[in-house]
Structure formats: structure tokens, C-alpha cells
Design a binder for this molecule. Structure first.
Ligand code: HEM
Length: 257
């Protein structure tokens, strides 16, 4: 009788504990998934604005200078201070690292696993699996290139401006890095935003199938537009850097006022 009671108690405890650990097991990945989506969304919004602000160089050196000074909060402090750029870079770097750590959970664990995934995508002609492959490949590249760029911005915030940036791009040979970074980040953000739209069912409306196809087209078009804007900016920085190479290190001063 006593043994029966003890067994019954053990069964109850086990089933309760089992349920709670099951609950915990199922909740944590969901929370991590949400955090990954949230950090990805923040970074996508950041890069969308970043590429636009940075494209100010296309409209002239004065425009880019004005944007640089705005980020140094010159409307708040006389002359502005590069420390605010460092603070922003630190925050973005922290989100970037968190996003990468969360994403690493889903990386293929071996080259064999990666190949299996690619074969699967080729056999199935499954476009969403292809998108995922684009994301892990570009994400891996971003880990290195994004970190170099963010570290530069964090530690040399005063070296941003029409001449300082162009000198870095051309004379310091940062343009190959920026070209790869641009392609990777735009593809990564495009694929990521599309997958977020599908995953959370945003804009599904009453006709999810049709709307998903529409959303896919819109994301593709925006991705191409961003690639073109980024390329134009980069070419402009290269051109200014080339013309400025003999005065390397000289800082820009507003002339038209
Ligand atoms: C707060 C953090 C950041 C700051 C202050 C910043 C600032 C800048 C600046 C000033 C440039 C112009 C070139 C130069 O001066 O070297 C640039 C270029 C670029 N940045 Fe950032 N950046 C930041 C974060 C990021 C992140 C997180 C990414 C993507 C992972 C990124 C991607 C790029 C790309 C692709 C270019 C070249 C753009 C083009 O070709 O038009 N940046 N950034």
C-alpha cells in the first residue's frame, strides 16, 4: 500500500515536472526566435536609414557634411561631438552581436550539413530554402565585414565626413570591403525582412497566397533599388577619394554659405 502510494506520488511528480520542463523547452526557443526577429528588424530599419543618409554624398559634399554634423548632434551641442557616433556604433554593435549569437543556433553544424541543405534546395527547387541559404551565407560574411566596419566607426568617429570617408574608401582601400559588405547586407536584410513577413503573417490580409507573392515582388524591387543607391554612393566616395588623394588627411570645410 505504502509502495503503491509512493509510486503514485512519483508518477504525479514526474508528470508535473515533465510537463514543466516540456513547457520550458518549448518556450525558450520561441522566445529566442522572437528576439532574433526583433533584433533583425531593428538592424534592417537601421541599415535602410543608414544607406539613405550615407547616400547624401551623391547630392554633394555639403549634404554629407550636414548629415555627419547632425549625427554629432551639432543642433544640441555647439559644433557637435563625435562621441555620439561612438555611442550609436556601440549600441548597434551590441544588437549586431546579439543577433549573430541568436542566429548561430540555426547555422548548419558542418560542411556536410550545408551541402545536404543545398542539395535539398536544388532538388526541391524550394525558393524559401534558397532564401535561407542566401541568409546564412551572407550572414557569415557579415560577421567579419560588419565587425570590421563597426569597430572602425566605434573607434574613429571623428574620421567621418566627405573627405575623411572618401580617403578611407579610396586611399585606405576600404572600397572592396564596402562593395562586399553592401551586397551582403542588402541581400541579407531583403531576405530577412521577407522571411519575417511570412513568418509573422504581416500583410497576409484575406488572400495570404496572393499577398505573399506581391510582398515578395515588392521586397525584391526594394532590394535592387537599395543595391543601386549603395553602388552610386560608393562610386561617389571613390571618385572624391581619388581626386583628394594628394591632400589625404585634410578635413572638409563648408564652402557654399
Ligand atoms: C552606428 C554604426 C555605423 C556608422 C556610424 C556607420 C557609418 C558609415 C559611414 C560614415 C560610411 C561611409 C564610408 C566611411 O566613412 O567609411 C559607411 C558605409 C557603409 N556602411 Fe556603415 N555605419 C554603421 C553601421 C553599419 C552596419 C551595421 C552596416 C552593415 C552591417 C553598415 C554597412 C555599410 C555599408 C555597406 C557601407 C558602404 C555603403 C555604400 O556603398 O553605399 N554600416 N558607414
Amino acid at each position: 500500500m505504502v509502495i503503491d502510494c509512493l509510486m503514485l506520488r512519483d508518477n504525479i511528480v514526474e508528470s508535473i515536472l515533465g510537463k514543466t520542463t516540456q513547457k520550458r523547452k518549448s518556450r525558450i526557443p520561441a522566445k529566442l526566435d522572437f528576439l532574433q526577429s526583433a533584433t533583425g528588424l531593428i538592424l534592417s530599419i537601421f541599415i535602410t536609414l543608414h544607406l539613405l543618409f550615407e547616400a547624401s554624398i551623391i547630392f554633394g559634399k555639403d549634404s554629407m557634411y550636414a548629415i555627419t554634423k547632425m549625427f554629432e548632434l551639432d543642433f544640441f551641442i555647439e559644433g557637435g561631438s563625435p562621441i555620439f557616433v561612438s555611442i550609436l556604433a556601440f549600441i548597434i554593435f551590441a544588437i549586431f552581436i546579439l543577433h549573430a549569437l541568436l542566429a548561430i543556433r540555426k547555422f548548419p553544424r558542418s560542411y556536410r550539413e550545408y551541402l545536404r541543405l543545398r542539395t535539398h534546395a536544388e532538388l526541391m527547387r524550394h525558393s524559401d530554402t534558397n532564401l535561407w541559404i542566401i541568409q546564412i551565407t551572407t550572414g557569415f560574411i557579415l560577421l567579419f565585414l560588419g565587425s570590421i566596419h563597426l569597430y572602425t566607426m566605434l573607434t574613429q568617429p571623428a574620421n567621418i565626413g566627405p573627405f575623411a570617408s572618401s580617403d578611407r574608401v579610396y586611399s585606405d582601400m576600404f572600397w572592396p570591403l564596402y562593395l562586399m559588405l553592401l551586397i551582403s547586407v542588402v541581400l541579407h536584410a531583403g531576405a530577412g525582412v521577407y522571411r519575417l513577413i511570412i513568418k509573422w503573417g504581416w500583410f497576409d490580409g484575406k488572400k495570404p497566397k496572393e499577398n505573399r507573392l506581391k510582398n515578395r515582388k515588392i521586397v525584391k524591387i526594394v532590394t535592387v533599388i537599395y543595391l543601386i543607391i549603395g553602388l552610386f554612393s560608393l562610386i561617389t566616395y571613390i571618385k572624391i577619394g581619388y581626386e583628394h588623394q594628394n591632400s589625404y588627411g585634410e578635413r572638409y570645410k563648408v564652402t557654399s554659405k
